[in-house]
Write a protein that binds this ligand. Structure first.
Ligand code: GDP
Ligand code: MG
Length: 440
């Protein structure tokens, strides 16, 4: 994955460096991404789809205030890459408490099953589960020893028989023994004698019917690239209780292709193998995986900022749609008042006898400036949802605006008065039939 990571990181850096993102730069950047993904063996179809989406979104989406087009582009690339890797949510093996959970590993020889069995045992043991390993491989010489040694290294129980006739019988015996001994996680390693999908699936079904596993995991070698999709597809169709582990991603130049192809089949990737060592197994989490691919430690923060801005925008639109008068409205109105010039002058221009509505009597110029300062010390969330402003928030706001708690309270009182007044007016206006209320 190293070369894909390098390539994509370089493109992200390029986006950050570029002063403008025009049509030409965009095309170049997208071509760069395509090149990297194709090199990683991601299929042409998936690459084309991703490019189309990125291009379409960067053209369509508005840049939220406080963000640059560069940042929006990075975010879109980040999100679209996550999509081709299965989306935001992590797959998790559902372990039932108080019972034995049997996990069976299948996959062709050399894919990394035995190594992964050891890694999983280590993973579950560390999570506090009473874990055991069962070897159901009597096909390859030394297979029993290999798993026994791993079990010893991890420090979990082991069952295997050197010269047994039937691997299925051994599996049955091992699982039964550990079920009786109340082991919580029992991991069964199998041989994977067959290279062809159909035969591999047959072998899997045969063993599965003997030991009734709770979870079947297909172990796939990441170095085979998008070819991994064919096995994943057959597996996904054959069993509803399965997930996939892709191994050897540490060295696999074509690992990206393997991940994308497997995801495309609808199968879930539970873990990824990132090295030969027992601890080099990771829960597969597309967002953090993509963050690493794009080489950005601060990417999470950028995405968080986008999320926050969006949540506030949603809140603002809801307030707007429901006709709620928020502090933000009040702030905007007062700010536009101050922009019009001195308030007294403004009032002089109005026909005589003008009186400010009740609650605004203290709206002297000084007050308005003070109020705007107070509201400037509030967060967007507070402006849109003033009801959350409690005493500790008030104190913070007062401190931030160089005012007093009393000032903040006064402002909130004035706001509540005008909000109620507006509500009353709206209600009264609504009763007058035939009146056009838009624009109130
Ligand atoms: P099995 O035949 O499916 O049981 O495969 P093994 O577990 O015996 O592994 C085959 C080879 O792949 C061994 O040399 C392992 O060390 C290696 N291997 C397994 N997982 C990984 C991994 O995540 N990264 C790397 N680099 N090598 C791995
Ligand atoms: Mg093996």
């Amino acid at each position: 994955m190293e070369s894909l990571r390098k390539g994509l990181t370089e493109i992200i850096a390029k986006i950050r460096r570029s002063s403008i993102i025009d049509e030409k730069t965009l095309k170049e950047l997208i071509r760069g991404i395509q090149r990297e993904l194709l090199k990683a063996d991601v299929s042409v179809e998936i690459v084309a789809e991703l490019s189309r989406k990125v291009e379409e979104r960067i053209k369509k989406e508005k840049i939220p205030p406080g963000f640059s087009k560069q940042e929006l582009l990075i975010r879109i690339i980040y999100e679209e890459l996550i999509k081709i890797l299965g989306g935001e949510s992590k797959y998790s093996i559902r372990l039932k408490k108080g019972t034995s959970n049997v996990i069976m590993l299948v996959g062709i020889q050399g894919s990394g099953k035995t190594t992964t069995a050891g890694k999983l045992a280590y993973f579950f043991k560390n999570k506090g589960f009473k874990t055991a390993l069962v070897c159901a491989d009597n096909y390859r010489p030394g297979a029993v020893d290999q798993l026994r040694q791993l079990a010893e290294k991890v420090g979990v129980a082991f069952y295997g028989e050197e010269n047994a006739h039937s691997a299925i019988e051994v599996a049955k015996k091992g699982v039964e023994k550990f079920r009786n001994e109340k082991y919580e996680v029992i991991i069964v390693d199998t041989a994977g004698r067959h290279k062809k999908e159909r035969e591999l699936i047959e072998e899997m079904k045969e063993i599965a019917s003997a030991i009734s596993p709770d979870e079947i995991i297909l172990v796939l070698d990441g170095t085979i690239g998008r070819q991994a999709g064919t096995q994943a597809e057959a597996f996904h169709k054959a069993t509803p209780i399965g997930s996939i582990i892709i191994t050897k991603l540490d060295g696999a130049a074509r690992g990206g292709g393997a991940l994308a192809a497997v995801t495309k089949t609808g199968a879930s990737i539970s873990f990824i193998g990132m090295g030969e060592k027992i601890e080099e197994l990771e829960l597969f989490d597309p967002p953090s995986f993509v963050s690493r691919l794009l080489g950005m430690g601060d990417l999470k923060q950028l995405i968080e900022r986008f999320r926050k801005a969006e949540a506030l925008e949603k809140l603002r639109l809801t307030a707007l749609a429901s006709g709620k008068f928020t502090l933000l409205d009040m702030k905007e109105q007062l700010e536009s008042l101050t922009k019009m010039g001195p308030l007294r002058k403004l009032l002089e221009l109005l026909p005589g006898g003008f009186k400010l509505p009740e609650g605004f009597e203290e709206a002297s110029e000084e007050n308005i400036h003070k109020w705007v300062a107070i509201m400037n010390s509030m967060t967007q969330l507070e402006l849109l949802k003033p009801e959350i402003i409690n005493r500790s928030r008030m104190l913070r706001i007062a401190k931030g605006s160089g005012t007093t708690l009393r000032d903040v309270k006064n402002l909130l009182e004035a706001y509540n008065k005008s909000r109620k007044l507006l509500k009353k007016m709206m209600r009264r206006a609504k009763r007058l039939k035939g009146l056009d209320l838009t624009g109130i």
